[in-house]
Ligand binder design. Sequence first.
Ligand code: C5P
Length: 214
Amino acid sequence: MHILVTAGPTREPIDPVRFLTNRSSGKMGYELAAAFAHAGHTVLLVSGPTALDVPDRVDFLPVETAAEMHAAVANHLERMDIAVFAAAVADYTPSTVAPEKVKKSADTLTLELVKTPDILGSARTPFGFAGTLVGFAAETENLEANAREKLTRKRCDLIVANDVSKPGIGFDSDQNEILLVYPDHSEALPQASKHDLAHQLVQAILELYTAQKK
Ligand code: C5P
């Protein structure tokens, strides 16, 4: 099967030397891409900048900004059977990029930000993706309710939710603890390495795909 995985943070430029980004390490997405490839599938990993090695037997498409990730996904989504959006995409980007390095002068400096395109939210419409669609939700409160709202709004088949306020798991950690939120039920996967969780998740996603095909 053909599987698309987005991973990592995005980098939104302010000027030629500065950017806005977030704490995503990309580990969960890279582990997922590796686990799908290990299971024999053809994987395209669309990733923002990370310090990680590209997993073996995974096709790699590096991007920097949310807009670039949006364009990459738009180009490749149609031929995919499963799409997993694990990237921590910036919600806002500077409205203009200064052509030269911004000089230190006034005591305050205001950055104007504009919304980035919601890539996962575009998958069904306008991209027309009909395959199995999996999103992630990083939350600091009301984990299940917020994830369930995202599931409906972004027309996903599954949301993988994690509580990023818990110490020792999630962002930039090798460990995670996740809640699988399906349209009709939820299932908690207890704390484990991202490597082990990726294998459990791949099983769950492949089962979901098979159930939808019946
Ligand atoms: O709405 P929120 O950003 O919390 O949703 C998270 C999910 O949406 C993740 O799967 C993330 O990869 C995806 N997303 C996206 N494009 C954005 C923002 C989030 O694909 N601009």
